[in-house]
Design a binder for this molecule. Structure first.
Ligand code: SF4
Ligand code: F3S
Length: 106
């Protein structure tokens, strides 16, 4: 499966969503996750993310490993999204900011 990591928080560009053939993305208030039960490992979403938030599970950086469980958990709670969302107006200000996990809204 592929995993959405910290850089998506408060950026939520949504470019990843429309390319997914498996409808695997789920939308929360300021973050998206991938449902590992639905993801078919096609890899199409990874290059679409302008802030490089998406990784194959095996390649998730050491300090982002917690997001494997977060994607699994929140994809059971959040609704499916299949069309591109509008990013927050200040999305660019939050690219590459550290410790955004504290800002994740559930
Ligand atoms: Fe969807 Fe493919 Fe990305 Fe999995 S790897 S979430 S199936 S686009
Ligand atoms: Fe998030 Fe990147 Fe998709 S910021 S919504 S993973 S395009």
């Amino acid at each position: 499966t592929f995993v959405v990591t910290e850089n998506c928080i408060k950026c939520k560009h949504g470019d990843c969503v429309p390319v997914c053939p498996a409808d695997a993305f789920h939308e929360g208030p300021n973050f998206l996750v991938i449902n590992p039960e639905e993801c078919i490992d096609c890899g199409l979403c990874e290059p679409e993310c302008p802030v490089n938030a998406i990784f194959q599970e095996d390649e998730v950086p050491e300090d982002q490993q917690v997001f494997i469980a977060i994607n699994e958990e929140l994809s059971t709670q959040w609704p499916v999204i299949t069309e591109k969302c509008e990013p927050p107006a200040d999305a660019d200000d939050w690219a590459d900011v550290d410790n955004k996990l504290l800002l994740l809204e559930r």
